[in-house]
Design a binder for this molecule. Structure first.
Ligand code: GTP
Ligand code: MG
Length: 316
């Protein structure tokens, strides 16, 4: 076997020149370890190299990475002790394995009025509850990119949960982002606020809308995906560093490539698909009913439940 070249920098990987390395860094892949766990399709999509070459670079990165392991039982214990936030629907909590989990990104996608924002409001109240009530006694950073944050809804949901509305509202830091720069910056500078307000839930409603409207056309796709990827990486870092939950909403489009079945596809391609730990697909049903489907979970079975959007918030 050929002797492995000593690999320390991204430029040491096969087929990665300095320009490509810079693109990778800009997209959040700033270490050999991160390349080692990347998917070939993501890398290919992000920096415009072939999937074949991306595979080669990833393989080399894997070879060069030392393995830090913990035993599976240790991992399992740690997982079980991590906090979860109730959705206020027993069925949905069960579908999620006990609620929305911390150190993870949970994504809800679906058409307009499918309930994505309402679930964000419910979680923003529920995270403030005591542990035994399904909360984490934490605050919220709510990034509103669509101008649809409604304090009245927080007030109503808080009342229904027995929290003082004034207090509940005070525990939520709302940031209105009107362009992707704002959106990215809020998350990049969130550390201080997270510590001050003991934030246990970050909501981005919506994750993709501004990216979609600012980066139009095929030519802008690469840049859009790079920026989005680095944004999501930062979100995952916050989730890990502060043991908090990240809840993001995502729009959908009709994918004309799908001839049979449901053509509804979430925005953001592979980048968002791989980064979200758990994906929920929301569909409207009769009246206040919504069907929630668990699409992609590393450890939970796929399934569907029905929730209701009531004046008091989400319920079974
Ligand atoms: P977009 O942001 O437009 O993509 O949709 P979304 O998925 O975020 O929808 P959202 O979560 O805002 O759900 C909107 C739906 O929630 C409405 O169609 C109403 O049915 C319901 N809803 C919103 N506010 C109230 C309320 O005060 N009471 C009740 N009962 N339902 C509400
Ligand atoms: Mg919404």
């Amino acid at each position: 076997m050929a002797k492995e070249k000593n690999i320390k920098n991204l430029e040491d990987l096969p087929g990665i020149g300095s320009a490509t390395a810079q693109k990778l860094r800009d997209a959040g892949y700033d270490s050999i370890e991160k390349i080692a766990v990347a998917s070939p399709h993501d890398l290919s999509e992000l920096v415009g190299i072939s999937v074949e070459n991306a595979k080669k670079a990833i393989d080399a990165a894997k070879q060069a990475t030392t393995v830090n392991y913990e035993t599976a039982s240790n991992f399992y214990e740690r997982r079980k002790s991590l906090g979860r936030i109730t959705t206020n629907s027993k069925n949905l909590d069960e579908l999620l394995g006990g609620g929305v989990e911390v150190t993870a990104i949970t994504e809800a996608y679906g058409k307009f009025a499918s309930g994505k924002t309402q679930i964000g409001f419910q979680l923003s109240v529920d995270v403030q509850l005591k542990k035994e009530e399904g909360g984490l006694e934490g605050g919220v950073l709510f990034v509103d990119t669509e101008g649809t944050f409604r304090p009245e809804r927080i007030e109503a949901i808080a009342k229904a949960k027995g929290l003082a509305p004034e207090k509940a509202l005070n525990n939520i830091a709302v940031v209105r982002a009107t362009n992707t720069e704002d959106q990215i910056l809020v998350i990049e500078r969130a550390d201080k606020l997270i510590k001050e307000k003991n934030v246990k839930l970050v909501v981005i409603d919506s994750l993709t809308a501004l990216f979609r409207s600012e980066f139009l056309g095929r030519s802008a796709l690469g840049e859009r995906q790079q920026k989005l990827n680095s944004h999501i990486h930062k979100l995952q870092e916050l989730a890990d560093d502060y043991e908090l939950a990240v809840y993001v909403t995502n729009q959908v489009m009709d994918n004309p490539g799908i001839l049979f079945g449901d053509p509804t596809t979430p925005i953001g391609g592979n980048i968002v698909a791989h980064a979200a730990t758990t994906r929920l697909y929301l569909r409207k049903s009769k009246e206040d009913k919504r069907i929630v489907r668990l699409v992609d979970s590393p450890y939970l079975p796929e399934g569907e439940v029905v929730i209701r959007i009531t004046p008091d918030g989400i319920s079974d």
